[in-house]
Design a protein around this ligand. Structure first.
Ligand code: THU
Length: 158
C-alpha cells in the first residue's frame, strides 16, 4: 500500500479516478446519503463505471464496485487491470479515503483469479489530495477463491 499524488498517476489512471469521482454523484442513496463511485480499467483500457444503488430493504443494496463489475460483465469485459474508488458523505467527507467493503473485495478477487493477475485498487478522497494505491490481493489476504472449491473458471476468460 502506498500513498501517491494525483500528478504522479499516469493519464489513464487520472482519467479512471475522475470517472469514479463523477459517477458517484449518480448514487441512488436515499437511506445512507453516502455517494460511492467505482471505475474499472479493463485490459484493453476501457473505463467502466458504477455507483451504489440502495434499497428500502437495506440488505438488497448493491455497492458501486459490484455495480461496475456487473456492467463490465454485461459488456463482455472480465479482465481488469485496475479499479478506482471515491466516496463522500452527505455534506462533504472530502478528507476521508474509503476502501471497498468485504463483499466487494471478494467479488473483485474473483476476477483477479479469472485473469490470473492481481488487480490494482486506487482509493481517493474527493479532493484527490489523499490517494492510496493497493491491490486486491493485499486487501484480501488468505482469500477464498475458485481453487479452494476445486473449480476451474478458465472457460470464462474473455
Ligand atoms: N458502499 C459502496 O458502494 N461501496 C463500498 O465499498 C462501501 C459501501 C455503499 C453501500 C451503501 O449504499 C452506502 O455505501 C453505505 O453503506
Amino acid at each position: 500500500m502506498r500513498q501517491v499524488l494525483f500528478d504522479e498517476l499516469d493519464e489513464i489512471r487520472q482519467k479512471l479516478l475522475n470517472a469514479a469521482d463523477e459517477v458517484k454523484e449518480n448514487a441512488y442513496n436515499p437511506y445512507s446519503k453516502f455517494y460511492v463511485g467505482a471505475a474499472i480499467l479493463t485490459d484493453d483500457d476501457l473505463v467502466i463505471t458504477g455507483a451504489n444503488v440502495e434499497n428500502v430493504a437495506y440488505g438488497s443494496t448493491i455497492c458501486a464496485e459490484r455495480m461496475a463489475i456487473g456492467r463490465a460483465n454485461a459488456m463482455g469485459k472480465r479482465i481488469f487491470k485496475s479499479m478506482a474508488i471515491i466516496a463522500r458523505g452527505e455534506n462533504t467527507d472530502h478528507k476521508k479515503v474509503t476502501g471497498p467493503c468485504g463483499a466487494c473485495r471478494q467479488m473483485i478477487f474473483e476476477f483477479s483469479c479469472l485473469s490470473g493477475k492481481d488487480i490494482e485498487i486506487i482509493m481517493s478522497n474527493t479532493r484527490k489530495d489523499k490517494i492510496i494505491i493497493s491491490t486486491i490481493r493485499e486487501l484480501l489476504p488468505m482469500a477464498f477463491g475458485p481453487v479452494g472449491l476445486g473449480v476451474s473458471i478458465e472457460e470464462y476468460v474473455n
